[in-house]
Design a protein around this ligand. Structure first.
Ligand code: ADP
Ligand code: MG
Length: 342
């Protein structure tokens, strides 16, 4: 066989294999784009668990008419421009692959209007060359992305979709996690025309507690304490469930590093260690925790879906989290303060 360069659509479909596992992964990429664009309102419409339709509407910065074609191209991003930037990522995206990947495995339309532009434009990429057509459209300031018939042209992937109900539950879980990371954003989630979540902006601590109660349940909200602690360039804040309220079924277990949701072994280990003997083998900790750290101190370019990070000073971060949480838990359980050193 001779060596040839793959047509763009096929190359993008292969890349899509890494990040676009199911409808919820599409929602994650699109919502992260809206957050990176500074949106304060994000509306999500889903039909049939996302296999029929995923529509995300935001009021963010928008994409200029002359950049619509680029936005749909692979390796095109406004978020980094040189290797140095990779060492200090402050945006959620940076790979420049999501829109190109998703549009290669669905019928995607992108409609946008930056505040400074008089009219909105709509773009769509089609065919094996992913040729982009652009036409005028009506849209308020911001961006809408519609993803119709996900995986219609990749039957192997489509076959792996579960029931609409299961796929939607993954989307709802994801929206929960995202909504807990951004209290300053107002969120709406609809499924098959029915409102599922409606979360207004929450600027005060009381409003945030209300959102936590709506997303993690009353039991969590009533027995979780708000904590805040910092050391050097590290800051940890969020809610921690009192050990006596921890059950076998975890109530809420979410952690974020610089606003990015994580499934991080190091953090989970530190949290478990802080609870220590206060929990039995069966009890599960409960937490919504935000770790803030100098972006130069973490590597987020570890995994395409970016739910892992690598801390440059892993030991330091681990020990800080253990000690910050142990202090908080001692107070929560009313333990006598440790005796001062003799
Ligand atoms: P990345 O997020 O890694 O840059 P994407 O393929 O997700 O790559 O998006 C490509 C580019 O399109 C982004 O860098 C951004 O400039 C633009 N873009 C995508 N979605 C939005 C949006 N909702 N609002 C404004 N710009 C967007
Ligand atoms: Mg992106």
């Amino acid at each position: 066989m001779s060596i040839k360069i793959l047509p763009p659509q096929l190359a993008n479909q292969i890349a899509a294999g890494e990040v676009v596992e199911r409808p919820a992964s599409v929602v994650k990429e699109l919502v992260e784009n809206s957050l990176d664009a500074g949106a304060s309102q994000i509306d999500i419409d889903i039909e049939k668990g996302g296999s029929k339709l995923i529509r995300i509407r935001d009021n963010g910065a928008g994409i200029a008419e002359h950049e619509l074609v680029l936005a749909l191209s692979r390796h095109a991003t406004s978020k980094i421009s040189e290797l140095n930037d990779l060492a200090q990522i402050t945006s959620l995206g940076f790979r420049g692959e999501a829109l190109a990947s998703i549009s290669s495995v669905s019928r995607l339309t992108l409609t946008s209007k930056p505040a400074g532009q008089t009219a909105a434009w709509q773009a769509q990429a089609e065919g094996r060359d992913m040729t982009v057509t652009v036409k005028p459209a009506a849209h308020p300031d911001g961006t809408s992305i519609e993803v119709v018939d996900l995986f219609f042209n990749t039957p192997a992937r489509r076959k792996f979709l579960r029931t609409d109900k299961t796929e939607f539950s993954h989307i709802d879980e994801l929206v929960k996690r995202l909504a807990l990371s951004r209290f300053d954003v107002s969120w709406q989630l609809n499924h098959n025309g029915q409102s599922v979540r409606r979360l207004p902006q929450a600027t005060t601590l009381i409003a945030r507690q209300k959102r936590v109660a709506a997303l993690c349940g009353r039991a969590f909200a009533e027995h979780a304490a708000f904590i805040e602690n910092s050391y050097g360039g590290l800051k940890l804040s969020g809610w921690l469930l009192a050990p006596q309220a921890c059950q076998q079924q975890p109530l809420c277990q979410y952690s974020y590093v610089n606003g990015r949701m994580m499934r991080d072994k190091l953090l989970n280990h530190a949290i478990r260690q802080a609870y220590g003997e206060r929990l039995s083998q069966e009890q599960q900790p409960g937490f919504v925790l935000f770790l803030e750290i100098d972006p130069a101190e973490v590597d987020v370019n570890v995994h395409p879906a970016k739910h892992e990070v690598r801390f440059h000073q892993a030991r330091l971060v681990h020990d800080f989290v253990v000690s910050a949480l142990s202090d908080a838990l001692a107070q929560l359980t009313d333990e006598p303060a440790a005796a001062p050193p003799q």
